[in-house]
Ligand binder design. Structure first.
Ligand code: FAD
Length: 316
């Protein structure tokens, strides 16, 4: 029997996990979040590099259809954690300040987060759930998993009731190039979306509000190009993407970027979502959620995280 203050663990400090923890906290329920990364935000990510370079190499901007998500963004705007970009975009789009992780930091205020802790297994023990990580373990009454769908099943016992549902979810990769151009070179556009081309998105990241002055560019490869080149070395991916991007932005082969690197998002975009806001076991002690439940955007992760918090609180 769980008392009125169950011990709750959340795996993942991305949009879903942070949103869930905040919503639980509002209901008087504390939780501890585990994340394998040193930073916060998951795929709402910011990379900083020597020389004053900064790139949002994951989510580019956030837009809202759901009124609750819109309210959250407006509150974050009032707190200075997000600002509008690109200007005049309809519907309104927001970016984190000073990087996309700025929103995650804002959402994490007052939450207990154990960073750099990769949860390896979740096993039933003593009528509760035991979380195991590289150098520790602990028992919890409720566990909420908010990692990308393909990474949920390896955490659970092979027979777990979630597994069949998880197999229906499909996520696509995205190879991403980050580069900074020499002084004097600007992009002929702020953003360029071409879903049918090998390079499907280019953004002049440094035009976002509050960014450092250097011209920083983020380019994403299409799903097909990403699949074809997924397991190449990152340097090789960067070289190949640079060649394609140069042809588009017209800098030519003699203009060497002053900084360049690639990132491999193996599970970037949800191609086939689950179709419901979360998974839960019969006793509502184990939940799994994230964007993969409903769609390919951070907004979907937010809705899922909120849904889990409501369901968990109502089950007590
Ligand atoms: C390149 C790219 C561009 C995108 N562009 C946009 C965009 O413009 N607009 C938009 O709305 N969305 C965009 N998205 C999607 C958006 O980023 C996601 O929908 C959203 O961030 C998902 O949040 P989440 O909490 O569900 O998952 P995640 O952000 O993936 O969070 C999961 C967290 O779990 C952690 N984790 C994983 N395994 C473990 C483990 N074993 N133990 C501990 N921690 C673990 C990870 O470190 C991560 O922090 C983009 C994504 C990518 C990759």
């Amino acid at each position: 029997m769980v008392d009125l203050a169950p011990e709750i663990a959340i795996i993942g400090a991305g949009m879903a996990g942070l949103t869930c923890a905040r919503a639980l906290q509002k209901r008087g329920l504390n939780s501890v979040i585990f994340d394998k990364g040193r930073g916060l935000g998951g795929r709402m990510a910011t990379r900083r590099a020597d020389g004053g370079f900064q790139f949002d190499h994951g989510a580019q901007y956030l837009s809202a259809r759901d009124s609750g998500f819109a309210d959250m963004l407006h509150r974050a705007e009032a707190a200075g954690a997000v600002a509008r970009w690109p200007e005049n975009k309809e519907p309104t789009a927001f970016v984190g300040i000073p990087g996309m992780t700025g929103l995650a930091k804002h959402l994490s205020e007052g939450l207990e987060i154990r960073r750099a802790t990769r949860v390896q297994r979740i096993v039933p023990a003593e009528g509760r759930w035991q979380l195991e990580w590289q150098d520790g373990k602990a028992l919890f009454d409720r566990v909420i998993i908010t990692v990308p769908a393909p990474q949920v099943a390896p955490l659970l016992p092979q027979t777990d009731e979630f597994n069949t549902a998880l197999e229906t979810v499909e996520m696509d990769p995205c190879l991403t190039l980050m580069m900074s151009l020499p002084h004097g070179f600007d992009l002929p556009f702020v953003t360029r979306r071409t879903p049918d081309e090998d390079i499907s998105w280019i953004a002049c990241d440094s035009t976002k509000p509050g960014r450092p002055g250097e011209t920083c560019v983020v380019a994403q490869a299409s799903r097909d190009w990403s699949l074809r080149h997924l397991d190449l070395e990152l340097d090789s991916i960067a070289e190949r993407m640079l060649h394609l991007v140069n042809q588009i932005i017209g800098t030519g082969p003699n203009v060497a970027p002053v900084y360049m690197s690639a990132h491999r998002w193996r599970y970037a975009f949800v191609a086939t979502p689950l179709g419901q806001p979360y998974l839960n076991d019969r006793a509502s002690t184990l939940f799994a959620g994230g964007d993969w439940c409903l769609g390919a955007k951070a907004e979907h992760a937010w809705i899922s995280g909120r849904g889990i918090a409501d369901a968990l609180a109502e089950s007590l």
